[in-house]
Ligand binder design. Structure first.
Ligand code: SF4
Ligand code: SF4
Length: 152
C-alpha cells in the first residue's frame, strides 16, 4: 500500500485562508510593505527541499485550500510510469515528485481541478478523481481495468 501521507510536514497547510480574521486583505496592505516568505536567514534556500524550508505565515505554503475541493485526485502507484506529466501540468504545484519519481498529491494545496488526470497517459490512468470523502482504499479497489484497443 502506498504511503499517502508522504512528506507531510508540521509547517505545511497549517492555516485555512478564510480563518485569518485579523489578517489584512491584499488591498489593505500599505504600499512598500515587505512580507517575508521565510523565517530567518534564507541563504541557500533555493537548494533546499520544500519540506526543509522554514516558511513564514505569509507564504501560501503554510495555508491550506483543501476545503475548496469537491473531488480529489487519487494516485495509483501500481500503474504510474513516472512520466512527470502531472507534475508539469498541475497549476498548483500539488504533485509531489522527488528525483523524477512521483510520490503523491499535496492535498493541502490541491484544488481538485482534474488537470493531472487529464494529462496522465497510462491505460488505465494512474490518477483518477473521486469524491472528496471517498476513502483511498475504496478508490483503489474501484480502479478500472486496462482498456483494450478497438479493432478497426
Ligand atoms: S487536481 Fe489539479 S490541483 Fe490537484 S493535483 Fe491535480 S492538477 Fe494539481
Ligand atoms: S502523469 Fe500519470 S503516469 Fe505520469 S507521473 Fe503522473 S501519475 Fe504517473
Amino acid at each position: 500500500m502506498q504511503d499517502l501521507k508522504l512528506l507531510a510536514q508540521d509547517n505545511r497547510g497549517l492555516y485555512q485562508l478564510e480563518a485569518g480574521e485579523d489578517l489584512l486583505g491584499w488591498h489593505e496592505v500599505t504600499q512598500g510593505s515587505i512580507l517575508p516568505s521565510f523565517e530567518g536567514d534564507a541563504t541557500g534556500i533555493a537548494n533546499m527541499k520544500q519540506e526543509e524550508r522554514n516558511y513564514s505565515h505569509y507564504n501560501s505554503y503554510t495555508a491550506t485550500v483543501a476545503s475548496w475541493r469537491v473531488l480529489k485526485p487519487v494516485y495509483n502507484r501500481d500503474i504510474c510510469i513516472d512520466c512527470q506529466n502531472c507534475w508539469v501540468w498541475c497549476p498548483d504545484t500539488s504533485i509531489i515528485s522527488r528525483d523524477k519519481q512521483m510520490l503523491g498529491i499535496d492535498y493541502d494545496h490541491c484544488k481538485g481541478c482534474g488537470v493531472c488526470v487529464e494529462v496522465c497517459p497510462t491505460n488505465p490512468k494512474s490518477l483518477l478523481m473521486f469524491g472528496e470523502h471517498s476513502s483511498f482504499e475504496d478508490a483503489l479497489s474501484q480502479w478500472p481495468e486496462k482498456k483494450k484497443k478497438e479493432k478497426k
